[in-house]
Ligand binder design. Structure first.
Ligand SMILES: *Cc1c(COP(=O)(O)O)cnc(C)c1O
Length: 370
């Protein structure tokens, strides 16, 4: 369905009749949870990104939770996370009883500042969770080097970055684990869904057990070898993904073209536009601006009056209630870039159903009202 120029939501998934038909066929088949379509999707994703082990789970938070558990990270351990991301990146660290250690971001890329990681490493540090924020790859090769030198594990939070590559290699395949989300706000969606890339073959069966009540089949018998979760994906979610996976390149291409149009059409000097770093292919999950001179919230309400949806892009995590109460960190002093990105950041519409007309309207509005 075409998007009305007078009512442009922030996000809207591009589902085709063929995608819907696949879901209906599953519903008619009666086989509803984790079965052959989930396996098919795992195979397709592995092929697309160049890995041998990817496992589907219920969402892109469950993925990282399982990765931390499989690595045995818990109480007394510390995990390094960027101070600016979706809050789930740190929540999973808290959920296994470990401590989140925040590092400020680079304000140009919105990704973790890799030069500030080393000062946060001590004998309790076990892992780093770098985020490829908004679909722009972080400096993952440098981060992998830091991790190797300090004997740390790396879980890439690539929730926003399905389709993004760094130096020709798909993000999510560099670290010990990689995590993708297929929430409707991402470029490719299963409604709710996630995929965990497992680079250590030895941990595959542990992840499989943890996502499915701790079940392992040993000598043909079902055994309960872990206190596991039910983090399974359904067959109808997998069915919704299949067609989108086949057109991922096309989806990213459309998004890149729209992003290029914004780059040309937004000319207000008080708006800082996103960059694409050298060696990166951006998946453009979000087009994220910094509004320099005017209250960002005022811009959100003015856009709303004109029928354009927008919102802040991600949180300064240590500034959120739970983290502020627990860690009481001086964010302005320690994470000035994360605070600025949280307070001045603006995500604007970017998805396949938009055309240049929508981008022109939004750009003109921003040029005028900021
Ligand atoms: C969306 C997102 C998540 C969470 O994914 P869900 O599938 O909603 O659980 C985690 N991290 C980042 C960076 C995200 O953007």
């Amino acid at each position: 369905m075409e998007i009305d120029l007078n009512n442009i939501p922030l996000a809207s998934p591009d589902l085709r009749q063929s995608d819907i038909d696949r879901v209906i066929n599953v519903l008619k088949s009666g086989q509803l949870v984790q079965g052959k379509l989930v396996s098919e999707v795992e195979g397709k994703i592995s092929n697309l990104i160049g890995t041998s082990n990817s496992r589907m789970v219920s969402n892109g938070t469950a993925t990282m939770h399982l990765a931390l558990l499989a690595l045995g990270i818990g109480k007394g351990d510390e995990v390094i996370v960027p101070a600016f991301s979706y809050v789930a990146t740190a929540n999973v660290v808290e959920l296994v009883g470990a401590k989140s250690v925040f590092v400020d971001i680079d304000l140009k890329t919105f990704n973790i500042d890799e030069n500030k990681i080393i000062e946060k490493i001590n004998s309790r540090t076990k892992a780093i969770i770098p985020v490829h924020e908004f679909g722009l790859p972080c400096n993952i090769d440098k981060i992998i080097n830091i991790a190797k030198e300090n004997n740390l594990k790396v879980i890439e939070d690539a929730a926003c970055a399905f389709g993004a590559t760094f130096l020709g290699k798909h993000v999510g395949t560099f670290g010990d684990f990689g995590s993708f989300s297929f929430h409707p706000r991402k470029a490719v969606t299963s409604g709710e869904g996630g995929c965990l890339v497992i680079n250590d073959q030895k941990l595959v069966s542990k992840i499989e057990a943890l996502r499915n009540h701790g079940i392992q089949v040993i000598d043909g018998n079902m055994q309960f070898v872990e206190a596991g979760f039910n983090y399974r994906m359904t067959e109808f979610q997998a069915a919704l993904l299949i067609g989108q996976l086949d057109r991922t390149q096309e989806i990213i291409k459309t998004r890149s073209a729209l992003a290029e149009a914004y780059e040309v059409l937004i000319v207000n000097p008080n708006i800082i536009k996103p960059v694409v770093t050298q060696g990166s292919m951006h998946s453009w999950q979000t087009y994220h601006l910094i509004i320099e001179n005017k209250g960002r919230d005022e811009v959100i309400s003015k856009l709303k009056e004109e029928g354009v949806g927008s919102n802040y892009g991600a949180q300064c995590i240590p500034l959120q209630d739970y983290y502020l109460k627990k860690y009481n960190l001086n964010c302005e002093k320690n994470f000035p870039n994360a605070v600025k990105a949280f307070k001045c950041g603006l995500a604007i519409p970017l998805y396949e159903k938009l055309s240049i007309k929508h981008i022109e309207k939004i750009s003109n509005l921003l040029n005028r009202i900021v």
